[in-house]
Design a protein around this ligand. Structure first.
Ligand code: NAD
Length: 264
């Protein structure tokens, strides 16, 4: 079975709680048979992430704030020591100052611009390079993006620019790492009820609007994103790289929302 992850090992970055997209992906990878290592942002999150990992029989957690090179060095050294090689990396990390994802994009400050791009995009390039060093037999790298990268979504602001950069990075990494048989893809879910999702201004209305108007009349679920990640990390995704895979009920194909009542 091509979607079988038995015998595959990898790293999941970005679990904060049981609503995190990274957690949905981790559960799906675990159910498909993969062995997992988790990185978490800092000590405060450890108490949330540890019991989740324990619930799937995993005790391999390493702290890694992605802005801290020393922590990233330590984290990937631990992965190398315990796993030797890996088959996949999941990067589900983003950040903007909440104050700048509620007002006008044109008010973005230099400080938050740099910090958001650093955490939400550069960290993917950095983690991919580190992961690739542990993938001598090829592998799969997956990140999470959002359609605010190419269309204006109210209040998504600097995160839209960060996701545009992340999607470009996905294509450049796919080209660099392809000769090593390492595939690099991004999953683009619609709005989801997570900590990061709730931080964006108007989150509830965006969620409802996408649910009401998407062709499937449904938003993404953790299980749906998890299943897509399993496909991309498994041999089922063997010839897919540099791709942005939407898991959004089809919302991204719309040219305009469905009018409440069609004009006569
Ligand atoms: P989340 O809040 O559960 O996850 C975000 C994670 O980023 C957290 O685990 C947090 O600890 C981590 N993070 C932030 N700064 C960090 C740092 N300096 N070092 C290490 N980790 C750091 O929210 P989520 O919605 O699961 O977000 C995961 C990914 O999915 C993000 O890239 C997000 O942009 C993307 N995404 C979310 C939605 C949505 O609506 N929720 C939609 C599309 C894409």
């Amino acid at each position: 079975m091509v979607l079988n992850m038995q015998g595959k090992r990898g790293v999941v970055m970005g679990v904060a709680n049981d609503r995190s997209i990274a957690w949905g992906i981790a559960k799906a990878l675990h159910e498909a048979g993969a062995d997992l290592a988790f990185t978490y942002q800092g000590e405060q999150l450890k108490k949330r992430v540890e019991p989740l990992c324990a619930s799937i029989g995993c005790d391999f957690l390493v702290e890694a704030d992605v802005t801290d090179d020393a922590k990233m060095d330590e984290a990937f050294a631990e992965v190398k020591e315990r796993f030797g090689t890996i088959d996949f990396l999941v990067h589900a990390i983003a950040y903007s100052d909440k104050a700048e994802i509620s007002g006008r994009f044109s008010d973005t400050t230099r400080g938050n611009f740099l910090n958001s791009l650093n955490i939400s995009c550069y960290s993917f390039i950095d983690a991919s390079r580190r992961a690739a060093e542990l993938m001598p037999d090829g592998g799969s790298i997956v990140t999470l993006t959002y359609m605010g990268s190419r269309s204006v979504i109210p209040f998504y602001n600097v995160m839209g620019v960060a996701k545009a950069a992340l999607e470009a990075a996905t294509r450049y990494l796919a080209n660099d790492l392809g000769p090593q048989k390492i595939r690099v893809n991004a999953i683009s879910p619609g709005p989801m009820k997570t900590l990061a999702g709730a931080a964006v201004g108007g989150a509830r209305r965006t969620f409802k609007h996408a649910e009401t108007n998407s062709p499937l009349r449904a938003n993404a679920t953790l299980a749906a994103v998890g299943g897509t990640a399993v496909w991309l990390c498994s041999d089922g995704g063997a010839c897919t790289t540099g791709e942005i895979v939407h898991v959004d009920g089809g919302y991204h194909v719309l040219g305009m929302p469905r009018p409440e009542e069609m004009p006569s």
